[in-house]
Design a protein around this ligand. Structure first.
Ligand SMILES: C[C@@](CO)(OP(=O)(O)O)[C@H](O)COP(=O)(O)OP(=O)(O)OC[C@H]1O[C@@H](n2ccc(N)nc2=O)[C@H](O)[C@@H]1O
Ligand SMILES: Nc1ncnc2c1ncn2[C@@H]1O[C@H](COP(=O)(O)OP(=O)(O)O)[C@@H](O)[C@H]1O
Length: 289
């Protein structure tokens, strides 16, 4: 059952992402970390529904437990777009939450990007992708890549994006049942922050790792145990700061077979890696209508 009513005027996906690798190069004066990371989208995600309101109100009708209405990235994104565009319009919004939260697969950031693009379309504010990516960055480091919708090599804190063409394998993503705090991982004394920068070309030839993984494995036994388990079938790696881990397969069947062998205590899903996000594919289809 979807949480989105059939009368919603616009229904759009908010896909997950994976960090196929994540290197930490250093720490900036403001405490944020300089990264190099490779983002690819998954054909699996949340879904959002939008309808116009003439009274300027932003109403999210599907609250998330533990996230107050005005802190929800969807509401924050909608308000940021109202301020930036000066529109007098508002919106009713519904979220069908399918992605695990705080899992390193970017659900909150993707919801924010889908809200920016969806309302820009509905309100006809026509801010353009550059301005929307800029607005997105004020909501979170991962929002711009979802606004752009192209698999990318990211530098800086994730905002300097170079689009890349990657293979599109199938991924098995396992979801250890633990919440990993991004701030705790980045704040850990044992985190290595001195990986030398690499060129995107050498990365595409293969390789890379996730520098956060040793810290997360040490602090979160649930993640360490899940990695041990998945590594029995496929080379497994952490995405972002976790808790989700993933392995890649040449086809869906192989991924499904491994998924069936994981214990019930380790939920998982299978999805294809995509270089153009399904949000953008949907928006392109709408533009052609
Ligand atoms: C690590 C990545 C990789 O894609 O993803 P996730 O695991 O969150 O999905 C992101 O860079 C996460 O970016 P984002 O999700 O915006 O992080 P935030 O919640 O804003 O950051 C939480 C905290 O982590 C630290 N932080 C975050 C990003 C960064 N480049 N350096 C940092 O030091 C900061 O202390 C910040 O206050
Ligand atoms: N719409 C939203 N969806 C998910 N999380 C949200 C949302 N709005 C705010 N948040 C907050 O952002 C945190 C990180 O969410 P999420 O993007 O799922 O994690 P990650 O960046 O690790 O993939 C959540 O724990 C929650 O407190």
């Amino acid at each position: 059952m979807t949480a989105i009513p059939s009368h919603a005027e616009l229904i759009l996906p908010a896909p997950a992402k994976l960090n196929l690798m994540l290197h930490i190069l250093g720490r900036r004066a403001d405490g944020y970390h300089e990264l190099q990371t490779l983002f690819q989208f998954l054909d699996h995600g949340d879904e959002l529904g939008f309808s116009l309101r003439q009274d300027g109100e932003i109403r999210l009708h599907t609250p998330i437990d533990g996230v107050p209405h005005d802190s929800n990235l969807i509401v924050r994104a909608a308000k940021r777009l109202q301020e930036a565009s000066g529109t007098q319009l508002g919106a009713d919004i519904w979220l069908d939450k399918r992605l695990p939260m705080g899992g390193g697969i970017g659900g909150g950031s993707s919801d924010a990007a889908t809200t920016l693009l969806g309302l820009d379309h509905l309100w006809q504010t026509q801010l353009g992708e550059d301005r929307l990516a800029e607005l997105g960055l004020t909501l979170g480091a991962d929002v711009p890549v979802f606004v752009r919708g192209r698999a990318a090599f990211a530098e800086g804190v994730g905002e300097r994006l170079t689009p890349v063409e990657l293979d599109e394998p199938w991924f098995l993503v396992a979801v250890p049942q633990v919440f990993v705090s991004t701030a705790e991982v980045f704040g850990s004394p044992e985190l290595t922050r001195d990986t030398p920068p690499i060129k995107v070309r050498s990365l595409l030839a293969g390789g890379g790792r996730n520098d956060c993984q040793p810290v997360v494995e040490k602090r979160y036994p649930e993640v360490r145990n899940a990695l041990i388990l998945l590594n029995k079938f496929v080379s497994a790696r952490l995405t972002g700061t976790g808790a989700c881990i993933f392995g890649s397969f040449p086809n869906r069947d192989d991924a499904d077979k491994v998924a069936r062998q994981l214990p019930g205590t380790l939920p998982s899903f299978v999805a294809q890696g995509r270089n153009i996000s399904m949000l953008h594919r949907r928006l392109q289809a709408l533009a052609k209508k």
